[in-house]
Each structure stands twice: as structure tokens, then as C-alpha cells.
Design a protein around this ligand. Structure first.
Ligand code: ATP
Length: 433
């Protein structure tokens, strides 16, 4: 059976992954086995109504078979799952709901939880739509009915969208995250230990931002999560956790996730780009970058279908310095999302494909016949000698090559500004997927 949960928390507290932990403990208590790692499935990062990272949680349970995996600990007791199993159990969604709904932050007007229970996996297209488009609640409900899935909506019940898309995730590309939890208000993570772990366990990523001295494993809003370590090799996460010096935690849980996979991105032509999507667009720089009020850097690119604005916003920090060095005529591939009324690509990373030589005119050409300085006929129209009438093209002038401060290659926003779904260059270079 697949249990999907979403939209349970608010900015003032809780976290859907913590509800996932409580659901796992309850399901084990009810006599069921957990099958595989629980899933933390990130969906469209541009949805306007997300709380933080637009993540839903999915737990598979039933009758366990195969080998036993340790997936976490709670109050010193190990939590186990089975490598595979059968879904042949009878359970009512209401009997699970009554134990976990007390962890939902229903008082927050933006929290609209949803739970989905199904023995059949939902179709994968639903995941791809959920991670790349905006879905309609009615369409999702109709799909759930077709698959005979049971669901509960709380308030608007929008959470069933994320819960269903999470169940539909086909895991073509996946990474892991180990999350530790605490109920204490005293929270501390030693930054030196994070740096040491980051250097020692190469399969982990986005732990520390060396440019901005920022510990990226710690959340910055109210939540039971103390820290989370992301990585590509699940077996190395517990070792990574043992290296972190921190305040106490009473539980940890390992999630299998689509974080760092770039699943949200679709290659598009400029005229096809729509709001609330994440895209890869190739084009030529059409207007030089300029820094506007607020520190954001804006420029435009063009392809054979149109022109689009791109932005490196202030939170992307040092990345803006790279963007500022682009010039009209450079060829780039922009990766990013569109969120808001203006169709502007919020850049996550950029591949600079071609940086043409730039030249600066020093003086007009000298007439090859009589040796006099020639004069310009008009902008872009070449030169003419006043004395003998000889004509010359634009290229005849005397130029200096201006050294470019930027090289071709892939550049990404620093860790502090990284999106959960964005594949870090580190993983791209290692050819992880
Ligand atoms: P947290 O990460 O802290 O759990 P969150 O950022 O995941 O919070 P939610 O509170 O879950 O944010 O809000 C996201 C809401 O958007 C959920 O109700 C979810 O069902 C819905 N949603 C997710 N993806 C889509 C989509 N593609 N189209 C429409 N709604 C979506």
C-alpha cells in the first residue's frame, strides 16, 4: 500500500517529513511492515502556494519480504523496512488518519492537508505533470477515483495533489536525505564538523556554502528538523551523520528523494515558455546585463522564436558577478524557473557555450592609396577617403581586442541559493544520472 501525505505544515512549525516519521511509527505499531525507504518527493518549485520546498511524503507498507534495512531511529530504537514486500493488507485510510492528523497545522490558513492511500501505484505521467506543471485538484481527484484510491481532504484538501504525484514518482533518478529531528528549542550544529564531513564523504552534496560561510544542512524556519544530509550513496549517510557535532536529536530517518535530479526542467524554445514552469533555454544574449534596485541582475536572450528576460536575483549572491560579465552576442543555455506575473527565468545555472571575441575601435583606417585618415560614411556603412574617394569596409578600422573576463562552461548559484530539485554541477560532473 502507498500512503501519500502533503501540505500538513506551516511556516510557523512542523514539517511533512516529521508527519511521515510519525506515520511510519504508527504503521509499525499497527502491525504493518514498511517496504523500502520512505520517499520525499519535491514537486513544481514554482507553485505559488507552497510553504517552503514543495515536498510530499510517501510511505509504502504491507507485508515485508526480502532483506531488512535500517531506515532510521526513534528514541534509541531502530526503525526497519523490508527491501520488498506485498501490498496484500486491508486497512482503512481513516484508521491511519486519526493517528497522524494531530500533527497537522490546521490552524494556518495556508495549510490544506491531503492524504492518499492506494494499493495500485499511480501513473507516472502524474508525477511528471506535478513536478513540471500546475495541476488542477479536480483532475487529480478524478484520477484517484479511476485508480480506486482512497483519500481524505482537510479544508481545501490541496495536499492530495502533492500526495498523489509523490506516489506516482517512478524513481528514474534518485538521491537520499537523512533527516534528524528534535523537539528542543536549543539547536546547534558545529560548522567545522559540517565542513569536515563535506570533505570526507564525497557522495554528499549541498552541505556547506564556502563562499558565504553558510551551513546548508540546517533549516532556517521553525520545524522539528535539526539538520538534513543529502547524498547519492545511502550507505554513507549514517557515517556522515556521525561526523556532525550538534545539539541532541531524538530521531533520524532516511528518505529516498528526487532532490538534485533536475526532474523539473524541460528544454524549450523561448516562445513556448510559460509561467510556473522550469526550463532549459538556449539563446544569444540580446541585451547586456544590468544591476537593478535590490541588487538583482537582469538581461535578455533571444532565439529564432523570440526574446525572454533572465534574472540572477539578489539571493544568488556571487553568481551575479558571473552573469554581469555576459555581453550581447554570447551564446548561453539558461536553466531556471518562471514564477510570477512577468515571464522571467530565475536562473539556477547557466552553460556559457560561446564567448565571441570583443573588439574596441581605436581609430579610423588609413587610406591604402594616399595614406590619409579615412572618414566614416555612416554607422555600419564603412569608410571613404576624402582626398581620393577610395572606399573601405567596417573591418578596415584599427581595433584592439578586449580581453573577456568570462570563460565558456557551466556556472551555478552558490549552495545558499540552491533549489532542492536543481542538480548540482558536482553531480553533473560525476555523471551520477
Ligand atoms: P514543506 O516542504 O515544508 O512540507 P511545502 O513547501 O511542501 O512545505 P506545502 O505546504 O506542501 O508546501 O504546499 C504545497 C501545496 O501545493 C500542496 O498542497 C501540494 O499538494 C500543492 N502542489 C504541489 N505540486 C503542485 C502542482 N504541480 N500543481 C498544483 N498544486 C501543487
Amino acid at each position: 500500500m502507498f500512503l501519500g501525505i502533503d501540505d500538513t505544515d506551516s511556516r510557523t512549525g512542523m514539517c511533512t517529513t516529521y508527519v511521515g516519521l510519525r506515520a511510519i511509527l504508527k504503521l509499525i505499531d499497527m502491525g504493518y511492515d514498511i517496504i523500502g525507504y520512505p520517499n520525499l518527493v519535491r514537486l513544481n518549485p514554482n507553485v505559488p502556494w507552497k510553504t517552503r520546498g514543495n515536498g510530499s511524503v510517501v510511505i509504502r507498507f504491507g507485508v515485508g519480504k526480502g532483506s531488512k534495512l535500517k531506515i532510521g531511529e526513534y528514541e534509541g530504537e531502530s526503525i526497519f523496512a523490508y527491501s520488498h514486500g506485498s501490498d496484500d493488507v486491508k486497512v482503512k485510510i481513516e484508521s491511519i488518519a486519526k493517528h497522524i492528523e494531530r500533527f497537522f497545522v490546521l490552524s494556518d490558513e495556508n495549510t490544506n492537508p491531503g492524504m492518499v492511500l492506494t494499493s495500485k501505484k499511480l501513473p507516472e505521467w502524474l508525477y511528471w505533470k506535478g513536478v513540471r506543471e500546475i495541476l488542477d485538484l479536480t483532475m487529480v481527484e478524478e484520477t484517484l477515483k479511476k485508480y480506486n484510491a482512497k483519500y481524505i481532504k482537510y479544508k481545501l484538501g490541496r495536499g492530495i495533489i502533492g500526495a498523489s504525484c509523490g506516489i506516482a514518482w517512478g524513481k528514474k533518478r534518485k538521491t537520499y536525505e537523512l533527516l534528524t529531528y528534535t523537539s528542543s528549542n536549543y539547536r546547534f550544529v558545529d560548522s567545522d564538523s559540517v565542513k569536515e564531513m563535506d570533505k570526507a564523504i564525497k557522495s554528499t552534496f549541498d552541505n556547506y556554502d564556502y563562499l558565504n560561510n553558510y551551513v546548508a544542512i540546517m533549516p532556517n524556519s521553525a520545524t522539528p528538523v535539526l539538520y538534513g544530509i543529502r547524498g547519492t550513496i545511502v550507505e554513507e549517510l549514517v557515517k556522515a551523520m556521525s561526523m556532525i557535532k550538534s545539539s541532541e536529536y531524538n530521531a533520524y530517518l532516511i528518505y529516498e528523494t528526487n532532490q538534485g535530479t533536475d526532474d523539473h526542467l524541460v528544454r524549450k524554445k523561448i516562445s513556448e515558455v510559460k509561467n510556473y514552469e522550469s526550463v532549459i533555454v538556449r539563446g544569444t544574449v540580446f541585451s547586456n546585463p544590468r544591476r537593478i534596485v535590490g541588487g538583482h541582475v537582469i538581461f535578455k536572450i533571444r532565439d529564432d522564436t523570440g526574446v525572454i528576460e533572465c534574472a540572477a536575483y539578489e539571493p544568488t549572491k556571487q553568481f551575479r558577478n558571473v552573469i554581469e560579465k555576459l555581453r550581447i552576442g554570447d551564446e548561453v543555455e539558461v536553466y531556471g524557473g518562471i514564477r510570477g506575473d512577468r515571464v522571467t527565468i530565475n536562473i539556477e545555472k547557466i552553460k556559457i557555450m560561446k564567448v565571441p571575441e570583443m573588439r574596441e575601435k581605436l581609430s579610423n583606417p588609413v587610406c591604402p592609396k594616399c595614406g590619409r585618415k579615412m572618414e566614416s560614411v555612416g554607422r555600419g556603412k564603412g569608410y571613404r577617403c576624402r582626398k581620393c574617394g577610395t572606399r573601405a569596409g567596417e573591418d578596415a578600422a584599427i581595433y584592439r581586442i578586449v580581453p573577456r573576463e568570462i570563460k565558456t562552461g557551466f556556472y551555478e548559484v552558490p549552495v545558499i541559493a540552491r533549489r532542492h530539485l536543481a542538480e548540482p554541477l558536482k553531480l553533473i560532473k560525476e555523471n551520477i544520472f
